[in-house]
Design a protein around this ligand. Sequence first.
Ligand code: NI
Length: 194
Amino acid sequence: MALTFDDGPGIATERLLDILRDKGTKATFFVLGSMAERRPDVVQRAVAEGHEIGNHTMNHKNFNQIDSGAINWEIWHSAEVLGGITGVGVKYLRPPYGIVNGVVKAAGPVILWSVDPRDWRDRDASVVRQRVLGAAHDGAIVLMHDIYGSTVDAVPGIIDGLRAGGYTMVTLSELFANKGWEPITGNVYTKIGG
Ligand code: NI
């Protein structure tokens, strides 16, 4: 499975990185270029500790409300910012709100999700944990947000519960490799394998 965290880096991200380090777990962060500019050190720490960084665009605009030129800027300017901070290019794109169109598909393998605990709505660690554990499946991509303390509070129990269920948590690239899938530009992935 792949745990993914969107919209950061935020105030809870370093605490999350501590938890992931202590648990020996790797994750993928779909960061916003605008947030990464504010906390480049946190993004660099995530990379140094073996996590993967994906592109969640510059400013989290709704792609149904801006034109294709603006969409391209949102995607590519963020990719440039993240490349500058990490020293490596970003491979995966997750459009805000999961809104996919032709411009989005052209920008790289698009990563959505198969497990959504709606942690942005219910700021309750126990609810978030139970939803993730209840919906877990092989090859799952789990959508969470590291900008909420309640979500970060849920993570130790999620990791322990998933391990008890026989799952391993890896980065997206590791999950693609483990399943023998090649990430392809133009494709939209909600899970990997299976
Ligand atoms: Ni988002």
